[in-house]
Design a protein around this ligand. Structure first.
Ligand SMILES: NC(=O)c1ccc[n+]([C@@H]2O[C@H](COP(=O)([O-])OP(=O)(O)OC[C@H]3O[C@@H](n4cnc5c(N)ncnc54)[C@H](OP(=O)(O)O)[C@@H]3O)[C@@H](O)[C@H]2O)c1
Length: 125
């Protein structure tokens, strides 16, 4: 763990795997205080535990970024737990490769709200 006294509060969406999980571990090594979010509870808890094993404070909050109320709850939890938010990493996302016009319409209800919620959350607090 870092010896620095600056311990930023970092919220990471999509922290249950991949880039989000790796970013959480990198912040944990620097002594950040972490609020991790994703939909898969077990994987998310494991990511938070791995951060704590590195000496960081880390909490897991199940949240679907396509659901605005869950994103608002996530922000409130971070402020209630740590008093502020220094970094918000809108990492949760869906990769789709190919022509937008050919993107399956069935995915629209998931992709568009997630994008909208992420953009809204990008505003400064
Ligand atoms: N890897 C690349 O080469 C690459 C390139 C360009 C952009 N990106 C972007 O970088 C981000 C991370 O990519 P990755 O490769 O690390 O992907 P990944 O391993 O599939 O991880 C995606 C993460 O997002 C979470 N997630 C997905 N939908 C969510 C939702 N609706 N609400 C909350 N969490 C959600 C997943 O967790 P749950 O399933 O538990 O919710 C998971 O933790 C994505 O936004 C991706 O589009 C990646």
């Amino acid at each position: 763990m870092s010896t620095s006294t600056y311990r930023p509060v970092v919220v990471i969406t999509g922290a249950s795997s991949g880039i989000g999980r790796a970013t959480a571990l990198a912040f944990a090594r620097k002594g950040a205080r972490l609020v991790l979010a994703a939909r898969r509870q077990e994987e998310l808890e494991q990511a938070a535990a791995a951060c704590r094993d590195l000496g960081a404070e880390a909490v897991a909050q199940q949240a679907d970024v396509g659901e605005e109320a869950q994103v608002e709850l996530l922000a409130r939890l971070a402020v209630e737990r740590f008093g502020r938010i220094d970094v918000w990493f809108n990492n949760a996302g869906i990769d789709a490769f190919g022509s937008f016009a050919k993107f399956p319409r069935a995915h629209d209800p998931r992709v568009r709200p997630a994008t909208g919620a992420a953009l809204k959350r990008s505003r400064p607090f």
